[in-house]
Ligand binder design. Sequence first.
Ligand SMILES: [Zn+2]
Length: 344
Amino acid sequence: MPFTEILGQEKAISYLQTLVNKKRVPGALLFYGPDGVGKAKTALEFAKTLNCLDPQARQSGQACGVCASCKAIGQQTHPDVLFADFLYQARRKIKKDFSASGYEEELEKELAKQQHLSVDTIREVAAKSQQKAVGNGYKVMIIDQAQSMQGAAANALLKFIEEPPAKTVWILITNKRSAMLRTILSRCQPLAFAPLSHQHIEQILQDNQLETENPSLCAAYSGGSVSGALKADGALTLLKQAGFNQKGCSAQGPAAVATGLSRTLATGRQEAQAILDVLLMALHQSWLRADKADQHRYMQILKQFENYKRSLSRNVSPALIVETALMSLDGISLPIFDTENAYV
Ligand SMILES: [Zn+2]
C-alpha cells in the first residue's frame, strides 16, 4: 500500500519522507495514536522506502512497490525487516509445540491468550537487530502494541534502542503512550497519528471491502479508527439482533444481548466493551441534546456506564455487565441507530 493510499496521515508521512530525503533517520521512532488509523501500514511502507531497490524511489521517499525488496516486505519475508506483534509472538510459541496440521486453530487460540509482549520475544527481535543486514538498506525492527511490554521486556529493549547500529531503525507502535516507560519514551522520536475523519473511514471500509451493515453509522461510532468502526458494527449487530430499534430497548433486549456474546472470555469482553462504547457515545449525544430537567438523569447513567467499563477490565462476567448496563437504560429513549444521534 503506497503512502498515497494511507488516508488521513499526510502529516506523519510527510515527516517520514523528509527524514529519508535528508538522510536523518533516527535510531528509534514512536508511532502513537488510536488503533486502526494506519500506524502499522505506515511503518511497513517506511521500511519499504528505506530498502527500495530503486534509488530514485528511495530519494523521493516513495517506495516503488514492485521491486523484490518492496514485495518481500509486503509479504513479511524480508530478512532485514521484522514486524513483532501478538500474532508474531503466538506464531513463535505454536511453532515450537505444534505440527503444521491444525495450525490455524491453535494459532487463533494462542493469539487470544496474548496480553503482553514477552521478554523472550523482545530478546529474539533484539538479537536479530544485531545481525548483519542482508541487503544494502536498513534493518527495520517494528514492535506493535509496545505499551504491552512489562518491566523485564521493556528493560530488555531499552539498551538496544539506545544506540542501535548504523542503518538500524526501531519503530515502536502504541495506542497508549502514557502506559510506556519514560526511559523508553525519552529514547524515541515521537510521531503522532491523528484519528481519521468519518469520510476517510467510510472510504477505507469501501476500498478494503470491509463489509458493515451501515458504513456511515459505524463511522459515526468509530472514534476515528477503522478497527473502531468494525467493533461498532459488531456491537450494533448484536443490539439489533436482540430487538433494539430506533427508540432504544426491547423488553427481552438486555438478556438477549448478553446471551449473544461470545463464550470465549477475551472475545466476549471485547464485544461487551464495544457495546458499552456505542451506548456511551449515544448517551453522551442524548445528554447534549436533553432538556435541563433530563440532563441530570443522563449524567447519572453516563457515570454508571464508566463504572461498568471499569468492571470489564476486572474479573466480572462480560455478559453480566452488559445485561446490567442495558437494564439501567429502562425508560430512556436512546436512538442508537439514528446516524444523526451518533457521536460526531
Ligand atoms: Zn521498491
